[in-house]
Write a protein that binds this ligand. Structure first.
Ligand code: NAP
Ligand code: F7E
Length: 372
């Protein structure tokens, strides 16, 4: 059997790294689209890297950008993929308010460029396409929980760009018969989550605070509720979506929602620190109530959390909770991690990383990466 060939855009991101690892394990040849950067930004995939001189490599990186059609056409022509996973995006909701035009270009029109490339190259019957759609499409939610049938109401330039990407994917499926599917993924996190998303910001800060390397964690809206899963589980769903007989759209979620405030409580709980919260809105604070872990002792009453309005968004998505019944029934998808398992995995990894950081700060030197 010839190896299946996959092209992953956004291969240097959280999902790209886990998906590349997963597809390689399944025996795929994986091509990854990577933006040029002035410094290496391949930490998450360095363990997969293969020297270009190796014959028949199964992991190959290509320079490319979602804003550059000719380059997408060339890469697709060269690699002739059986499956394309379009994960590349300016994916930070708050940043999309600062760079709305770029976000529309990369996340919205970028998806069109990819679909057009497949169509123009005559690969409509060969190449299957996965589009990384998002629970942010539900925004100001019209129904609880949110399913494939819930109307969209995007609340940020990111979500509006992704709305275009969602519908252009559906349109290319209907107009040209391309096997193009949307995975409407709810928030998924991991030890390699970008450091400015709220979960990772929290687990990194809690690790630093427990080790005496940071004083206070500043956050924005503590009352927002998210349906958080583990990225390792979610990339398996992406693969399953492209293995179906028919292209379709699927919600991938855990069906459990949690406040940011409770994620903070759980993360501190992993290092034996119990918190007490006071105040409301921008005046909310959290203090150490007790410490039960012998290694992580902080003074009772010490403030560890404050709100900074700079992290508030012009329009917020208050509540997300997905209904994954269709993906469970049709794809047979079942997540392995629950929220407790996710927080534990992230905290263990960040404690490990921060201990090394502390070692470096104290004058030590060691090379390390996220996958150790
Ligand atoms: P991420 O960690 O931010 O990774 C995004 C990837 O896209 C990175 O490899 C980034 O490259 C690349 N990229 C950004 N702009 C690009 C451009 N113009 N051209 C080429 N590559 C570009 O995001 P993620 O969490 O892995 O998410 C993967 C996808 O799923 C994204 O499309 C995101 O919007 C979507 N999504 C994520 C979630 C979630 O909870 N994680 C939920 C639903 C949907 P650099 O490394 O060079 O920055
Ligand atoms: O925010 C609140 C913030 O940035 C979650 C992306 O992967 O998932 C992600 O988008 C919530 C929001 O993720 C801080 O206001 C409070 O209500 O971690 P986040 P997101 O906006 O939900 C979706 C599904 C995607 O598709 C996106 O690509 O947490 N929050 N304080 C904060 N958020 C951040 N980032 N930083 C804070 O200090």
């Amino acid at each position: 059997m010839p190896r299946k060939v996959a092209l992953i855009t956004g291969v240097t991101g959280q999902d790209g790294a886990y998906l590349a690892e997963y597809l390689l394990r399944l025996g795929y040849q994986v091509h990854g689209l990577k933006r040029r950067s002035s410094l290496f930004n391949t930490n998450r995939i360095d363990h997969l890297y293969q020297d270009p001189h190796i014959e028949n490599r199964n992991f190959v990186l290509h320079y490319g950008d979602m804003t550059d059609s000719s380059n997408l056409i060339r890469i697709i022509q060269e690699t002739q993929p059986d499956e394309i996973y379009n994960l590349a995006a300016m994916s930070h909701v708050k940043v999309s308010f600062d760079s709305p035009e770029y976000t529309a270009n990369a996340d919205g029109i970028g998806t069109l460029r990819l679909l057009e490339a497949v169509r123009l190259l005559g690969f409509a019957n060969k190449t299957r396409i996965y589009q990384a759609s998002t629970s942010e499409l539900y925004g100001l939610v019209q129904e609880v929980p949110q399913s494939e049938k819930t109307p969209f109401y995007p609340r940020s330039p990111y979500a509006v760009a992704k709305l275009y990407a969602y519908w252009i994917t559906v349109n290319y499926r209907e107009a040209y018969g391309i096997f193009a599917s949307n995975g409407i993924l709810f928030n998924h996190e991991s030890p390699i989550r970008g450091e400015t998303f709220v979960t990772r910001k929290i687990t990194m800060a809690v690790a630093r605070i427990a080790l005496g390397m940071q004083d206070v964690l500043f956050l924005g809206n503590l009352s927002a509720k998210r349906d958080w899963g583990h990225a390792k589980d979610y990339v398996k769903a992406m693969y399953l979506i492209l293995q179906q007989d028919k292209a379709d759209d699927f919600v991938i979620a855990t069906g459990v929602t949690t406040e940011v405030r409770d994620f903070v409580r759980m993360a501190f709980g992993e290092v034996g620190i119990e918190l007490t919260f006071t105040g409301e809105g921008a005046d909310e604070k959290a203090f150490v109530k007790s410490c039960s872990h012998p290694e992580y002792q902080l003074p009772v009453g010490k403030q560890v959390l404050a709100v900074d309005k700079a992290y508030f968004r012009p329009t917020e998505v208050d509540l997300l909770i997905g209904d994954p019944s269709k993906s469970k029934k049709v794809l047979g998808w079942e997540p392995e991690y629950d929220l407790k398992g996710l927080v534990k995995d992230m905290m263990e990894s960040d404690i490990h990383l921060m201990k090394k950081d502390k070692y470096l700060q104290d004058g030590g030197y060691r090379v390390f990466n996220y996958f150790e």
